[in-house]
Design a protein around this ligand. Structure first.
Ligand code: ZN
Length: 1012
């Protein structure tokens, strides 16, 4: 839609006039401030300027900074590539076109330099464009060396005076990133025009920015998703009367969560932006989003603030944020505000790369139309309400264009850049101070270091965790000899029980010490990027009493817990005196320790074991069903026994997997079963692909093959067993209902929604799936096919909402899902406990396992078929009736000898309740012991449930089953209440899924059946 005469309908005439008249750009400048006006001597590009005006739907949706375009004789405007001005209706450039323009700029202007910063998962290029004066660009390396000294104050021995000298000379770097979220489409054109203005405009306001600092721009962060989004938009333009398909895939793996990867750094885009930010020693990372009218600087947002950000930074947020609001308010632009609902707790957002690396993180939400159509937009009352932080709110109803959005984005950025430049000495000094405070952390708030012992039984996962820290630019060291540290005394709330007298009661227990072997990893906190290491390795606590009742994202993430590796927080400063060597590359000890015909690999639930199974496809591998000893070495259940493999073959296969193999003289006497390379399908819906995307990336990184099929394919495949042994149905996400999974999108009306490559949509499919119509779901045929698959011996694995789905349609019997009343577990790390160590699903695990839970379904087991919907409350239900005596006594009846009360069968909350003879009498619903659900892990007791994050009303899920194996027909349905594979952060629970796959045809191994 283009702008039309109806526009005036949407505006309250008098208000419009008032706002228009109030535009007074040059008024009320402070001492020495530069007016945000154009250079009267520089000619204006009249044609371009006229189009800016035409596409801006109201005179107050622009500013004196962007309502014109300066003319240049030799530098092309964005029109050269777009065919129209930035933000023009109907125009969305592909990333390639954006790059083409940036490279034209580079060619024509000495103030622009384009850098390639890496590739995406699908091989598309990412770039960063530096715009600054010729002088600054000539001295990039010299300047980088200066900034590097501020970034790492150890290089100048924490000398504040030296820092001041550098601060006086250094040119700061302000890094802007656009369109990480693909349906938020405005940033690329806004940034093209911004780059032009910064390179060409001779107004003092812009010249000061150009001469005073380096603006670094990545115009498209999610390049794969951008190209898909442009495809969809083009499809929409050529089918204007049809509904267009929702953007089901953004990047190859995840959608919106690409902005939740700044902890795990699993995605290329995160890694590339992180490397650019750290490599340039930038002071700011400013990420552009679109969802809120008209410009919400949500950097400061709302509490609680992340505990690891420096208070210097939180002050900077307020300074820049409020100044932004003030400047744009003075321009007469409505709807500009800071603060608001977004809490600043999780460090998973892309912008938080800066917050965790001593810079300034910033984020804008501007108002986008999800494409380049000009549309009437009506707001909700809470969006146009005037609040304390939004004194000039957006209008209830307007006609809104992509140009309006581009005006807001550019005006916000230009005022920010200008303000930043005016105060750059302050911000550079702050940059240094935050880095210095990171280095002096051990002597201030602590801790001194984190230690990861060299004898961790999960060496491969430990190495993975350390590699994440290295991606975060954290320095890792190893102790060259064994060392001992003093551990802090845990303060206990209650007086000591073992205290003999009052005096002893007051004396705290003596501190303990711990010895770490040589080679243990030390993550020292006296380094410039200690902040991110501390934030990832420490514990989080979100109080149920916190005034913030709606956490914006996850509340807990402790990486040591989620990776299932040992991490010790050491406050004893003596750890910093330990002799160390810096580690460049992390290599877990690996290899074969001798010659033999049979080799054993201990099972410690390392995901690498599954990689090995698929890597050595011709080798016979058996799993031991019981622990055994060989040559003085202990092997746990599930340990691999390999034959038909030479030492060198095995050594090649395991050396980069962080696995160690030992020759054994003979097969151990314990029972074993074959570990076969199961044929795996990973099922997705056409509703959302993000949650399963995290599963795909985990499997791809582990080189575990699978077929990627949609629920529509499941519906069409009557004999799933012919193709697959295991079907994984990962979470759909957004607590999807069983009905949605079965029915899909509404198809009783509207047009088909194709997701396939056509001449208009050449990028849509990428390396993912395609369909002629996204709307149909699994359907009842799909349900029947899944049922059949399990009945004939297949293994179906589900998690969170797909577990709910499987149970609600009767794919598994004897497990029900109760509804939570008060429970609130918002993306937290919780404790679970091993219940059945003999189950192959538990191979390699210990008694305690931390897991990621986001209000997981509350499972209750039943020994009666079809029982559902009730949450079991435990023993208190069957108390003795009212009568004589104490609670444990028996009542009496006057005049009659006492009658013996039969013992009630007792069962724990997570267990199958045993049936009494009375209940078994002609009970065709009673599930025979071999068909009952088998609980592998349960949630910990209420008091031990919270590991990290927020757990409120946790008693409702405490002790309930968390991982259940339900024998169904000849197969199994394995149900997860936790999400075992999530955001590259939960490596510790991957093996629950991988064990299911590796032992798919022997899941009943070690099972003990109830008597009746
Ligand atoms: Zn966004």
């Amino acid at each position: 839609m283009i702008r039309n005469d109806k526009a005036s309908v949407y505006i309250l005439g008098s208000l419009a006039l008032l706002l228009f008249l109030s535009v007074a750009p040059a008024a009320a400048l402070g001492d020495g401030e530069t007016a945000p006006t154009r250079d009267a001597k520089q000619p204006v590009d009249d044609v371009y300027t006229a189009k800016i005006k035409k596409y801006t739907t109201q005179p107050f949706f622009t500013s004196p900074l962007v309502d014109y375009l300066p003319a240049s004789k030799n530098v092309p405007t964005p029109e050269a590539v777009l065919g129209d001005v930035a933000g023009a209706p109907g125009i969305l450039p592909y990333a390639e076109d954006v790059y083409k323009y940036m490279r034209l700029l580079e060619k024509a202007s000495p103030c622009v330099k384009v850098f390639s910063i890496g590739k995406t998962e699908e091989g598309r290029e990412m770039i960063a464009v530096a715009v600054s004066s010729l002088e600054n660009l000539k001295n990039l390396e010299e300047n980088r060396a200066r900034l590097a000294k501020l970034a790492d104050p150890r290089t100048i021995k924490l000398d504040d005076e030296e820092a001041d000298r550098i601060v006086a000379q250094a040119v700061p770097v302000y890094y802007i990133t656009g369109t990480i979220h693909s349906p938020e489409t405005g940033a690329p054109t806004a940034l093209m025009e911004l780059a032009y203005r910064l390179a060409v405009d001779e107004s003092p306001y812009i010249r000061e920015i150009r001469d005073g600092m380096i603006t670094l721009i990545t115009p498209v962060v999610e390049v794969d998703g951008r190209d898909r989004m442009v495809d969809i938009y083009r499809w929409h333009l050529s089918h204007p009367k049809d509904f267009y398909p929702p953007l089901i895939y953004w990047g190859k793996y995840v959608a919106h969560d690409n902005n939740r990867d700044a902890m795990g750094v699993t995605l290329k885009l995160t890694e590339n932006v992180l490397n650019t930010y750290v490599g340039w020693k930038a002071q700011v990372l400013h990420d552009l989003h679109e969802s809120v009218p008209y410009l919400y600087d949500n950097t400061a947002g709302d509490g609680p603030f992340n505990a690891w950000v420096d208070p210097i930074l939180t002050d900077e947020w307020e300074m820049i944020g409020w100044r932004n609001v003030s400047d744009m308010t003075k321009f007469g632009m409505p709807g500009v505000f800071t603060h608001g609902v977004f809490d600043t707790w999780s460090p998973g957002y892309l912008m938080f790369i800066a917050a965790m690396h001593n810079g300034i993180s910033r984020l804008y939400e501007t108002f986008g139309n999800g494409g380049a159509d000009t549309l009437p937009r009506t707001l909700d009352p809470e969006e146009y309400a005037r609040t304390w932080y939004r004194q000039n709110p957006p209008l209830p109803k307007v006609l809104w264009s992509q140009r309006d959005n581009n005006n807001y984005e550019q005006t916000g950025l230009l005022t920010s850049l200008h303000y930043f430049n005016e105060n750059k000495r302050l911000f550079l000094k702050n940059f240094y101070l935050k880095a210095k405070r990171s280095v002096t952390k051990p002597g201030a708030e602590g801790p001194a270091a984190y230690v990861l012992p060299s004898d961790d039984p999960r060496a491969s996962s430990e190495a993975e965790l350390l590699r994440v820290l290295q991606k975060q630019a954290v320095e890792i060291s190893r102790a060259t000899a064994a060392f001992t540290v003093t551990l802090p005394v845990k303060k206990s709330a209650k007086p000591r029980k073992d205290a003999k007298d009052a005096k002893e009661k007051d004396t705290p227990p003596a501190p303990t010490t711990r010895e770490f072997p040589a080679g243990s990893y030390i993550v020292r906190m006296d380094q410039p990027y200690s902040r991110i290491a501390d934030a990832l390795l420490d514990y989080q606590y979100w109080s149920p009493d916190d005034p913030q009742k709606t956490p914006y994202d996850d509340t807990g993430w402790t990486f040591g817990e989620l990776f299932c590796v040992q991490v010790t927080r050491v406050t004893d400063p003596k750890v910093l005196d330990v002799a160390i060597e810096r580690v460049k590359e992390i290599h877990a000890p690996a290899g074969v320790s001798g010659d033999g015909t049979i080799y054993a690999i201990n099972n410690t639930a390392e995901p690498a074991l599954a990689t090995l199974r698929y890597k050595l496809h011709d080798t016979s591998i058996e799993a031991a069903e019981e622990p055994f000893e060989s040559g003085g070495k202990k092997f746990s259940r599930g340990s691999f026994l390999l034959r038909n493999v030479t030492r060198s073959q095995l050594n090649d296969a395991i050396s980069d997997l962080g696995l160690q193999a030992t020759p054994v003289s003979a097969m151990p006497s314990v029972k074993t079963h074959p570990v076969r390379a199961a044929r795996v399908a990973l099922v997705h819906t056409w509703l959302s692909t993000q949650a399963e995307g995290w599963w795909r990336i985990a499997f791809d990184n582990l080189s575990i093959p699978y077929d990627y099929i949609s629920t529509q394919v499941v519906a069409k495949t009557s004999d799933l067993n012919a193709k697959y042994d295991v079907i994984l149905f990962p979470p759909v996400g957004f607590f999807s209902s069983p009905t949605a999974i079965i029915n899909g999108l509404p198809s009783a009306w509207g047009n088909p929604l194709p997701w396939k490559n056509t001449p208009e949509t050449p990028n849509l499919v990428g390396k993912n799936d395609s369909t002629d119509d996204m709307r149909p779901g699994l359907g009842w045929e799909g349900v029947a096919n899944l049922q059949n698959f399990v009945a004939k011996g297949g293994v179906l694995l589900t998690a969170t909402d797909t577990s709910r789905f499987a149970l609600s349609i009767g794919l598994a019997d004897g497990v029900s899902v109760g509804n939570a009343q008060k429970m609130k577990i918002v993306g937290s790390v919780v404790g679970t406990r091993l219940v059945d160590a003999a189950s192959p699903i538990a191979y390699g695990y210990d008694e305690k396992l931390s897991a990621y839970c986001d209000n997981g379904p509350i499972f209750s087991l039943s020994s009666v078929s079809g029982a559902r919907g009730f949450r079991r409350l435990g023993g208190e239900m069957h108390s003795r009736p009212t009568g004589r005596g104490t609670a444990d006594d028996q009542d009496f009846t006057i005049g009659r000898p006492g009658a013996e009360v039969p013992e009630e069968p007792k069962a724990e909350i997570w267990e199958n309740p045993l049936l009494t003879d009375e209940q078994l009498h002609n009970n065709f619903r009673a599930i025979p012991p071999a068909n009952r659900a088998r609980v592998i892990f349960r949630y910990a007791d209420g008091k031990e449930l919270l590991i990290s994050g927020l757990v409120e009303g946790g008693e409702e899920i405490a002790q309930h089953a968390a991982v259940v194996d339900v024998p169904t027909g000849n197969g199994h349905v394995v149900l997860f209440s936790i999400n075992p594979v999530y955001r590259g952060e939960t490596r510790g629970t991957y093996s629950l899924v991988l064990n299911t796959i590796l032992n798919f045809d022997n899941l009943n191994a070690g099972r003990k059946l109830a008597e009746k």
